[in-house]
Design a protein around this ligand. Structure first.
Ligand code: GUN
Length: 295
């Protein structure tokens, strides 16, 4: 059986480090601040926003939670973003994705001050990642995956990493991050997606598989070679009449079957999820440091 990669435990280690940095910043008279903007009332988005706000408070950060109605116009949202860009107490801004249909998400992301774009979605930050400029912001989920691998002692350099999924939030930035010429990277990266041919053959050649394809139980035992490391980014709701809420959360990996073959695997929940929030907090503190102290 595979070793379980405990995302909650690694996230706690990250928080212990961040608490020291926050104390240092507060000692210099600066409190890091994060604004999280939610448009509409999607239940999953609402839950994410609540947990981000709670984590800010636990760490003693300044937290602004902006909950806007589903009918919010593009113009209104741009005005809120402009105000947060100007607010000196706010160092990080996150607009929860996906927004309602009337919102042009790309235009909202481009309106963010890139220095406060702790999601790493602004084209300026995407370019910095491609160039290997460490002053930029890398999206939180890819950063969390990389940190999990590093903390588990997985050798990334020279390894073949197969990323399933090509989203701007996970697949593409993760591929760029792990192929960088840098510590915790130097991987050989292959990106596969819904249109890839010979997908099981490709994933079977992976030392490390990262599943971010958004389909419950997509990765089966036939996709995984014995001894591979499996990181499951998926968060999918599946109906479960025996669960109190009528559903349960499962990943993109058929956990029970794959765990019999893999050397190590992340659970869902309790794997990548806690790391994403931890990396959001880390990016907020980095933004605060860069904006306030020119460090
Ligand atoms: N929705 C799902 N994941 C994310 C994320 O990392 N950032 C934002 N802003 N929205 C999301």
């Amino acid at each position: 059986m595979a070793e379980l990669i405990d995302g909650r435990a690694v996230a706690e280690k990250v928080y212990a480090e961040l608490r020291q940095e926050i104390a240092d910043l507060k000692g210099r008279g600066v409190t890091p601040g994060l604004a999280v903007v939610l448009v509409g009332d999607d239940p999953a988005s609402r839950a994410y926003v609540r947990s981000k706000d709670k984590m800010c408070r636990d760490l003693g950060l300044h937290s602004v939670k902006l909950e806007l109605p589903a009918t919010t116009t593009q113009e209104d949202l741009l005005a809120h973003v402009a105000e947060l860009n100007r607010d000196a107490a706010v160092h990080g801004i996150l607009v929860q994705s996906p927004p309602p249909k009337q919102i042009d998400e790309g235009a909202i992301v481009r309106a963010l001050d890139p220095a406060k774009d702790v999601d790493g979605f602004h084209p300026g930050n995407v370019a910095k990642l491609a160039f290997g400029d460490v002053s930029g912001f890398v999206p939180c989920t890819p950063l969390g995956c990389q940190r999990l691998l590093i903390e588990c002692g997985v050798e990334i350099a020279g390894s073949h990493v197969v990323v399933l999924g090509r989203s701007m939030i996970v697949g593409k930035p993760l591929a760029m991050l792990l192929m960088q010429k840098a510590n915790g990277a130097n991987a050989t990266v292959t990106v596969v997606h819904s249109r890839s041919r010979h997908l099981p053959e490709i994933t079977r050649s992976a030392d490390i598989i990262v599943a971010a394809i958004g389909q419950a139980h997509f990765v089966q035992a036939e996709h995984v070679r014995s001894g591979a490391i499996v990181i499951d980014v998926g968060i999918n709701r599946v109906d479960d009449p025996t669960a109190a809420r009528g559903y349960r959360l499962v990943g993109d990996v058929a956990f029970d079957k794959v765990a019999r073959k893999a050397a190590a695997i992340t659970p869902v929940p309790g794997g990548v999820g806690p790391m994403t929030i931890a990396m959001l907090m880390a990016n907020t503190i980095k933004a605060c440091r860069q904006l306030s102290l020119s460090l």
